[in-house]
Ligand binder design. Structure first.
Ligand code: PNS
Length: 161
């Protein structure tokens, strides 16, 4: 049975940090599904279709990695595609409390589905979608923070605003 893992998030937008983590996760699973959804506590800058397209532009070349959008509970989506692992990145101690609670809830909702926490590379650990949006809002340089396609898309958003 191939090991299928879900790397879930809101990816608003996908960063070089997400990308690095997805590529590295692929080294210990057979298939990685990057699963994008809307976090009910956030108001996204990009629509789900836009976020999916930007993930595809960033990771589309990677063998064994696919991109899916989903609605509803992550545990239900994981079951529906036969995933046994949920991958989440832990950048700093501040991430832990929320991630710990979410991992326990996902185990409650989907017994047998394990959450695996990945530590990002030192080079990307300071990058988050929210800080990228902030830099872009004020016209800062996005080189190295996101794929060039994402940089163009985010600039277009703020140029229109
Ligand atoms: O990138 P984010 O915003 O930290 O990702 C959070 C996300 C989208 C993975 C989380 O909000 C989620 O799984 N949403 C779907 C609904 C759900 O299953 N919530 C968790 C139950 S504890």
């Amino acid at each position: 049975m191939p090991t299928i893992a879900i790397y879930a998030g809101s990816f608003d937008p996908i960063t070089r940090g997400h990308e690095e983590l997805a590529r590295r996760s692929r080294t210990f699973v057979d298939e990685l599904v990057v699963a994008v959804t809307t976090n009910s506590s956030k108001r996204p800058l990009f629509s789900i279709e836009e976020r999916t397209a930007l993930i595809e532009a960033t990771l589309g070349d990677a063998p064994g990695i696919s991109v899916r959008a989903f609605d509803g509970l992550l545990a239900d989506f994981a079951k529906s595609i036969g995933a046994s692992l949920i991958i989440r990145g832990l950048r700093a101690a501040g991430d832990f409390e929320y991630e710990f609670q979410m991992a326990l809830m996902n185990r409650h909702l989907g017994p047998g589905i394990e959450t695996v926490f990945m530590v990002p590379s030192v080079e990307t650990t300071y990058i988050s979608s929210s800080i990228v949006r902030e830099v872009a809002r004020y016209g800062g340089d996005l080189t190295g923070l996101v794929h060039p396609v994402v940089a163009t898309a985010i600039r277009a958003k703020f140029d229109k605003a």
